[in-house]
Design a protein around this ligand. Structure first.
Ligand SMILES: Nc1ncnc2c1ncn2[C@@H]1O[C@H](COP(=O)(O)OP(=O)(O)OP(=O)(O)O)[C@@H](O)[C@H]1O
Length: 244
């Protein structure tokens, strides 16, 4: 029996306004903007993209730099609102996008766990329940009372990944985050993603490693300059992509 559609991307386009001018200060920009002296150029990062994802699928987004992969993921995660078209999703979403962006660098790792948990909608009691798992997974036992500003970028990513992947979300959005951390930690992250897939989580995945995409995904969306070139079976499309 076919699984239900859990993500519907319906004729989505995303326009950014780019200014080619340089400004010496924010004040100068605001004054010129008010006077209508800032020339803006329209740039379409996504143009009329439509596809559907069924529950349990693992969809990789591939394409060259600037083809619109991250913009598409952010639109699905609800971080960006499309200029045209609509995105419908069902269930909970765990977005692994720009790991650590939600941290307050002056707070300790422990404080950030509870702060981020609250941002994800968990109660303090629920976070107490997840706490040991977060510390264990990130392997930061001895650093939980250290301010995060003293962490290396790899340590920040470990902690952020461990927090963002608590529970079993309906949809997991992974943007290029598996390249952070050392090799052993990357394998651990991959295992955690596979564990979620086994429990029925739907995955949207962006990585510049086509091997990683092939390992994780069964379907592929291939983007080219904001347009969808094709959508289909991962094995076939990855082979075609590698030849291109
Ligand atoms: N906030 C923004 N304002 C203006 N332009 C943007 C913004 N975000 C993205 N863009 C532009 O949209 C295009 C698509 O960017 P996006 O990050 O989605 O591409 P990508 O396929 O993820 O690229 P990469 O492989 O390099 O990560 C790029 O040309 C980028 O410069």
């Amino acid at each position: 029996m076919e699984q239900p559609v859990i993500i519907k991307v319906d004729h989505v386009s995303m326009k950014f306004n780019l200014s080619s001018e340089k400004f010496d200060s924010f004040k100068e920009y605001v004054i010129k903007r008010i006077k209508g002296q800032v020339a803006m150029e329209e740039f379409w990062a996504l143009k009329d993209v439509s596809f559907e994802v069924r529950k349990g699928d693992s969809v990789g987004l591939i394409g060259l730099n600037g083809s619109g992969k991250s913009t598409m993921l952010k639109t699905i995660a609800g971080v960006l609102k499309p200029t045209e078209g609509a995105v419908e999703t069902t269930g909970t979403i765990a977005p692994l996008i720009e790991l650590g962006a939600g941290f307050d660098m002056d707070l300790t790792a422990r404080e950030n766990v509870f702060l981020n948990g609250a941002l994800l909608g968990y109660t303090r009691k629920e976070m107490n329940h997840f706490y040991e798992d977060i510390v264990g997974f990130s392997e930061l036992d001895n650093f939980m009372d250290v301010p995060v500003k003293n962490f290396s970028s790899g340590m920040v990513s470990r902690l952020a990944f461990a927090i963002a992947t608590i529970g079993i979300p309906d949809i997991l959005i992974v943007d290029e985050v598996l390249s952070v951390g050392d090799f052993q930690f990357q394998e651990k992250c991959e295992r955690r993603i596979h564990n979620m897939m086994e429990k029925g989580t739907t995955i949207l995945f962006v990585s510049h490693s086509i091997e990683q995409v092939e390992k994780i995904c069964n379907k592929i969306v291939w983007l080219e300059q904001g347009h969808m070139k094709c959508y289909g079976d991962a094995y076939e499309i990855c082979n075609e992509y590698k030849k291109s």
